[in-house]
Each structure stands twice: as C-alpha cells, then as structure tokens.
Design a protein. Structure first.
Length: 277
C-alpha cells in the first residue's frame, strides 16, 4: 500500500488545491489529507509544534508536507527528512523540523534536487515551492517513482536549522516551561511540560495550582486554577490545568476561550510557571 500524504500550510482554507492537483497528476490513486492550512502566517515554530503533536497518530511511512516558508525562493534548503520513528517530512529547512528533531529524532535528511524533482514548466518562478517542489517531490516519493535516495543529496543532520526551545523542568510542587502553541479553535494552550514530567511534582488531580504566564518577562496571567482530568470538573468560565491528549500539560477555560480571554499566544517567548497552592 502506498503511503499517504498529509499537508499543512499557512495558505489559508483551500490553499492547498494546486498542491493536490500536482500530486494527483503523478498518481491519481494517492491518498492526500489535510492537517491544517491555517497555521498562523509565517509562524515556523507553530508549524513545527503542530507536526510533533500529530505525527505519531499516522501510519508509519506517512509523508508529511509542511509549507510555512517565509524564505521561499531564497538560499534556504528544500528538504526531505526521515525521522527515527519512521516518517518523512517534506519541508523547507527553516526551523520547521525543530520539535520533530527534539521529540523523535531525525536519522537522515536530503536536499531536493531541483533538476529532477521540480514540476516541469515552473523553472522561471520561485514563489510557490509548495506546489513546484514539495508537493511534487512528495508525490513522486509516495508513488514510488523515486526512492528516498532519489530525492537528492544527503547532508548532515547536525546542519538542520532549528530554533531555541526553552527547557522544561519539574520537581516537588512546581514545574516550569513555556506555552508552545494554541491547540485548537477552543483557545486551549499546549505547554512543553510532559505529563510524566509533571507527575514528579507530586501535585494530584483535584488540587489547585498557581499558574503564571509571562510574555517576554511581562506577566499576562497569574492566578490559582484547578488541576483535574478534564474540562467538566471546572465550572463554565473557570480555568483548568489538565493532561492533554498530546502527552503534554494543557491549560484551558471550560466552555470559553482561554487564549482570547487573556491575550495569550504560543511560542518560546511565552514562559510558564506552575506551583502548588
């Protein structure tokens, strides 16, 4: 069975149409799915976190096409990474692989050879690599037209472009990290504190914790909230700390939008401190 292709971009709803067409031209039987086309524009960090959160739930061998590419057409590499847990990521090497490299590991990376893996007839334009390089190369790989070596020359994994990820830590009665992203349309927050890491605090579900969120040193949220297993244990409009479905700690408001209410966003500039009340 041929691997499926999963796409994410910052192009907006419906923005992947031409990319779909290119893939189907290579092989009409390819299965193509959308992860998201509403990644915040130019937000490479969000794209990387989004990939990390969904990758393990797709079949091994799935080919992810991630195009959030503020440097399209410049000297940044167009690449295909192979992860240690058995997936491919077709993407600009601009930081989008950061969380993948940290979480799962990358055992090989290749630069797309444009002389053989570029959509014919597009050589005079450099602004739509999502269509002309990434979708085209991903489709050839998925269809078996090329193998991984056929993508292009390998280069050292150590040269992959990454952004700095704040460290998370936990100990008795406290945990520290950052808000990595807004998880969904409900305005819930995803953190970089793992559930098993948080367990070392000794804080139990049903207890209250003080959560402090800062943006570049300025406090935007600081109050006690409930820690429990799911949203319904808090009253509507109340904040809650919970174990997220991604394996990390999450923060939400029951039946309201936490991010919009408090003006919180995701990224390494959003620090987080949790202490037992």
């Amino acid at each position: 069975m041929k691997p499926c292709i999963v796409m994410q971009t910052d192009f907006g709803v419906g923005g992947g149409g031409a990319m779909y067409g290119v893939c189907k031209t290579i092989d009409p039987e390819l299965q193509i799915y959308d992860l998201s086309h509403v990644i915040p524009k130019f937000n490479v960090e969000k794209a990387s976190a989004s990939l990390r959160n969904v990758m393990p739930f797709w079949p091994k061998g799935t080919i992810f096409v991630s195009v959030v590419d503020p440097g399209v057409g410049t000297a940044r590499k167009a690449s295909v990474a192979h992860t240690c847990n058995g997936y491919y990521v077709v993407t600009p090497d601009n930081g989008s692989l950061t969380y993948i490299k940290q979480e799962f590991g990358i055992d090989a990376i290749r630069e797309i050879d444009e002389t053989v893996n570029r959509l014919k007839g597009t050589e005079k334009t450099s602004i739509f690599h999502g269509r002309d390089l990434f979708a085209y190369c991903a489709a050839k790989l998925a269809a078996g037209v090329i193998d991984y070596a056929g993508v292009g020359p390998a280069y050292p994994v150590s040269e992959i472009v990454t952004f700095k990820i704040p460290a998370s830590s936990a100990g008795p009665n406290e945990a520290h990290g950052c808000v990595t992203e807004l998880m969904d349309t409900f305005g819930n927050l995803e953190t970089n504190i793992r559930i098993d890491q948080f367990e070392s605090t000794g804080i139990r579900q049903g207890e209250h914790v003080r959560v402090r969120i800062c943006h570049k040193g300025a406090t935007v949220f600081d109050k006690p909230i409930l820690y429990h297993r799911s949203f319904g244990y808090a009253k509507p409009g109340e904040e809650i700390l919970y174990n997220s479905s991604t394996g990390f700690m999450g923060i939400a408001m029951n039946q309201q939008d936490f991010a919009r209410t408090y003006g919180v966003d995701g990224g390494s500039a959003w620090s987080l401190d949790i202490t037992k009340e």
